[in-house]
Design a protein around this ligand. Sequence first.
Ligand SMILES: Nc1ncnc2c1ncn2[C@@H]1O[C@H](COP(=O)(O)OP(=O)(O)OP(=O)(O)O)[C@@H](O)[C@H]1O
Length: 272
Amino acid sequence: MEVDTPNVLEVRNLQVNLNTGTGLVSLLEPVHFQLGKGRVFGLVGESGSGKSITCKAILQLLDQRRMEVSGSVRLNGRELGSLSSEEMRCIRGKEIGCIMQNPMNAFTPVFTIGAQFIETLRTHTGLSKRQARERATAALADMNLPEPGKLMRMYPFQLSGGMLQRVMIAISMCLQPALVIADEPTTALDVVNQLKVLRELDRLRMEYGTSILLVSHDLGVISQMADEVAVMYKGNIVEQAEVYELFNNPQHKYTRELLQARPRSSKALSPL
Ligand SMILES: Nc1ncnc2c1ncn2[C@@H]1O[C@H](COP(=O)(O)OP(=O)(O)OP(=O)(O)O)[C@@H](O)[C@H]1O
């Protein structure tokens, strides 16, 4: 018997307008997509096409005084638009993990990695300080980060971007959110660290069934990671398909241009 599994994320008619003071400018035309459990949905497109605006609208992180957001975002069937900002704060982190392009922004510079990891775990779980410390140290070790005990005592500026990204993934491993939004998680990294971060993201999906919304302008990254892809252009999704379909049989002119503009090294669909 086929079991009807609801989508983890359902985005319907999500639209964003910027209020300029003299009128409204559309930043995101109504977009629709959905994401099943353990699936990776790639958002691809050139700079300024609306990928980050889409993520921030889902997370309700846009400045409400300047941006008008409409449409529906459902997480496991629950409408996020009707939640209070306090409820949304709980959802971010616990139910939706965020991994952003510049991981330094996700950490407070004056507290150690350990203090911030423990605080995050304790905010979202009933763990004692000691239990949270043990969980955090184990998660860092699991992320193949060297000397996790020492790392817990270090400050964010003492870690590389790739290490900070893996700390963010370690936090998600502990909290096991239903959805992780990863906005250009590897853009600022060298090739070796890119691969490590992508591997760990993939493990998050495989081991915990986490669904991942993966934003990248890099088609190589998308081809390795995503099950389904939406191509964004000027605030619209112009094409959406399963990853092999999109790469082998692109329908939209812009998608074909994007594929042709790929550097040669990312043309091969290399497995992780
Ligand atoms: N805070 C903001 N205020 C005004 N306009 C903004 C703001 N953030 C983004 N925009 C505009 O919204 C549009 C979409 O931007 P967005 O950041 O979503 O692009 P993107 O596809 O994520 O690009 P990138 O890959 O460079 O991050 C752009 O025209 C951008 O200038």
